[in-house]
Write a protein that binds this ligand. Structure first.
Ligand SMILES: O=P(O)(O)OC[C@H]1O[C@H](O)[C@H](O)[C@@H](O)[C@@H]1O
Length: 740
């Protein structure tokens, strides 16, 4: 089945025969009719100077002039194309045969083929970072040769894959156990951006796939990115550190959010199972306060049995290009899984970034299918002998070698360029790659690039933002559907199965966008006159519909690769660098300045300065309100930190200096401190640390000045570090005596 370009009559790309014996591309195999490619090549070739913008070429100007013609034709006129109607998947664009010829000319002018070749040949096409772009090597068969700087990188890739197989097999079989001897059933993958979204996407898709789910029975994979402690709390809810493995995923191993989350979980592990390292210099007790429900792990903090260095080694592993920092963090280098600077973060899901967490959850064989390989065709025993590449790898080969008229990523990329730069429609995906304002040579761009990416699964969007896409701005949409549901449900008495209900909408929406609804139709339906304009749909809105046979590891890999390459095609044509992301840096560095200010204000009472007036006011207000409200926050959990980067939630006036900050009380001294047996009706009845009621006759400590009361076993770890009330921060001197 599939794709048809829904455009002027007589232009069609069709195909997608999942079982096509002549094709090793299972997602899409298509024929292209009535388009004389060679003619397009000859007519369109224009040599560009290296810093010339694509908009200065004749093919670009030709397309620009063509826009007015195209705007005269409505998409609904194209719907009468019988050839298109016979296809199973439809790509509706506002374009004609002529448009496609002109786009092909543009591809020639942009030297698209040469750029694709340079990428596969490992040239440093990411010139602003001086790197090659070789994510295709991550899914290359073991015996292939792909060079970067004259070195074949494929053996390194397979060395890591072998290591992942070995490690994930051991964890899954129970040969690798946690610090207390229990099998590790749960995995939390910490990362952000490209070190998060890819694994999250694949995990979301696979967790309802029956085959994959069978391999994941009894196991959980959670992905944590956001630095908001609420997200940490949600991800840890219900997990036991004894049976949890933390995978820290960061290309650089310096990303602020990932490293703070990694330190947080390192404390979670070590508080429950033993301290991280006996660093005396900066061991501090931190209270993270929060209004939310008490998801977290106070009990583990109290129960910490003391220093057990193997806890982190057993419960934390890393994926990174920066193995030095991994080791410095305290993770055993043997438990680090490498990748390389020629893998961009957002193109890294096929590296250990995705393959390690997915192998731990679903087994290595399922993860391998995502990349390239049909397991039935290879021996699982080493060495793998790969016969038929599938998954992402099949699309790589297709992208590299198929002629443009049959090359799906090329066609999709060219059509995106048409939508964005000529028709002025903001399109989808690739915001970090192609959201650029200058060419690869640093020349400001006089045309629109980049796309805006948003969406929703299933029909959710129909009940919200589809209003915008039907009657507001024209936004080209991608609809991705599957023929066979992962979880088929058919209820007796219903008109259709649940999946057919879903798919009814999949087929209807592109038509609604393309056809629209005219005032004449509405009048014919007796719609009241005053509502006619409100209920009119202009139509003529382009969309792409992709129909997959099913959502399994192969198809997911293919889908990923199609979108990766489509993005590259767009960037190659626009003449921009799709592989850097300088635009994300400014906000991050400003956050560093804010972080320092918060630290200085909270710890030393320093006023807010160095910011613009508006931000100064807002920050000051934030600090004031936080300070005023702090007593009402329930204490969520206690942590020990050792990094100066961690901002302390500390009253400036009670933390004048580090000398007073530490109580230096020994365990014996703590035991000697006055405690009492709680009597009903006295003081507070809730311990603000564990949030449990304090019951009759439980052993408690009452803060002498403020009379706040806590379970003795809850408050003691805190008191060993500082002599303030954790609720109101009132300082005090201990009275040492036996229990009353
Ligand atoms: O993997 P890391 O080095 O932690 O980077 C995580 C993310 O951070 C950056 O902000 C980049 O914009 C992303 O492309 C990257 O994926």
């Amino acid at each position: 089945m599939l794709p048809t370009i829904r455009c002027r009559p007589a232009v069609r790309i069709s195909g997608f025969h999942p079982g096509d014996p002549d094709s090793n591309v299972k997602l899409v195999a298509f024929e292209f009719k009535h388009w004389n490619l060679n003619c397009g090549i000859v007519l369109g070739f224009v040599q560009m100077a290296s810093s010339a913008l694509i908009c200065e070429t004749e093919p670009w100007k030709d397309l620009r002039a063509h826009v007015d013609d195209i705007k005269k034709t409505h998409l609904r006129e194209l719907m009468t194309d019988m050839e298109r109607c016979q296809s199973m998947m439809v790509y509706d664009i506002c374009a004609t045969l002529d448009t496609l010829n002109k786009l092909n000319n543009l591809a020639q002018a942009a030297h698209l083929k040469e750029k694709i070749d340079r990428m596969f040949e490992g040239e440093r096409i990411n010139s602003t970072e001086n790197r090659s772009v070789l994510h295709v090597a991550l899914r290359a068969p073991r015996n292939s040769v792909i060079n970067s700087d004259g070195k074949n990188v494929v053996p390194d890739v397979w060395q890591v894959l072998d290591k992942i197989k070995n490690f994930s097999d051991r964890v899954r079989s129970g040969a690798w156990v946690g610090a207390t001897g229990k099998a590790l059933k749960n995995v939390i993958a910490i990362g952000i951006g490209g070190s998060f979204l890819g694994p999250l996407f694949v995990n979301t898709a696979l967790q309802t796939d029956l085959e994959a789910a069978e391999f994941a029975r009894g196991r959980q994979l959670r992905c944590l990115a956001n630095v908001d402690p609420i997200d940490v709390a949600r991800n840890l809810a219900g997990l036991d550190p004894e049976t949890t493995l933390v995978v820290v995923v960061s290309k650089t191993f310096t990303t602020a959010e990932t490293m703070l989350n990694a330190r947080t979980l390192r404390e979670w592990i070590s508080a429950a199972l033993g301290a991280v390292q006996p660093t005396q210099s900066a061991v501090r007790l931190q209270i993270l306060a929060c209004n939310g429900p008490p998801y977290l792990f106070q009990n583990h903090v109290q129960a910490s049995p003391g220093f057990r260095p193997q806890a982190v080694a057993k419960h934390m592993v890393a994926v990174s290009t920066n193995l030095t920092l991994v080791e410095k963090f305290g993770i055993d280098p043997n438990n680090a899984f490498a990748f390389w600077d020629w893998v961009g973060g957002r193109y890294s899901v096929c590296s250990a970034v995705g393959v390690l967490p997915l192998s731990l959850q679903y087994g290595f064989e399922v993860a391998l299918k995502l990349l390239s390989f049909v397991l039935s065709d290879i021996s699982i025993v080493y060495p793998y002998s790969v016969k038929v590449p599938e998954g992402a790898s099949s699309i790589d080969q297709h992208f590299h070698s198929a002629p443009f008229e049959k090359n799906l990523p090329v066609l999709l990329g060219l059509l995106s360029v048409w939508n964005v730069s000529f028709l002025g429609y903001p399109a989808r995906v690739s915001m970090e790659s192609n959201g650029k304002g200058v060419s690869i040579d640093g020349v400001p761009l006089p045309y629109e690039t980049g796309e805006i990416d948003f969406g929703e699964p299933g029909t959710n969007g129909q009940h919200s933002f589809y209003q915008l896409i039907h009657q507001g701005r024209i936004i080209p949409c991608d609809f991705i559907g599957v023929v066979k549901s992962q979880q088929p449900v058919y209820l007796k008495g219903e008109l259709v199965s649940n999946h057919d209900e879903l798919m009814s909408n999949f087929f209807a929406q592109p038509d609604a966008l393309a056809y629209g609804k005219t005032p004449e139709q509405l009048l014919h339906e007796n719609v009241p006159h005053h509502l006619i304009t409100h209920k009119t749909f202009s139509g003529n809105r382009p969309s792409l519909s992709l129909l997959l046979p099913s959502l399994n590891a192969y198809n997911i890999g293919q889908l990923l690769a199609i979108y990766e390459h489509r993005i590259a095609v767009e960037g190659f044509v626009w003449g921009i660098n799709s592989f850097d992301q300088w635009g994300v840096e400014l906000g991050k560095s400003l956050a560093t300045q804010v972080r320092k200010q918060l630290h200085a204000s909270r710890r030393k009472g320093e006023p807010v300065e160095g910011f613009n007036f508006s931000t100064t006011m807002l920050l000051t207000r934030f600090l004031e309100l936080h300070h005023r409200n702090r007593k009402r926050y329930p204490v969520l959990f206690l942590l020990e930190g050792q990094d100066d980067e961690i901002s302390f939630d500390q009253d400036p006036h009670t933390a004048a200096d580090d000398h007073n900050f530490y109580s230096h009380l020994s365990v014996e001294e703590l035991q000697d401190m006055t405690c009492l047996y709680h009597k009903v009706g006295t003081n507070c009845s809730v311990c603000a640390i564990c949030l449990e009621n304090i019951r009759h006759a439980e052993v408690c400590r009452v803060m002498p000045a403020c009379r706040h009361e806590f379970h003795a076993h809850c408050i003691d770890p805190w008191l060993s570090k500082r002599l303030t009330c954790p609720t109101c921060r009132t300082p005090f001197r201990p009275r040492l005596s036996a229990c009353e």
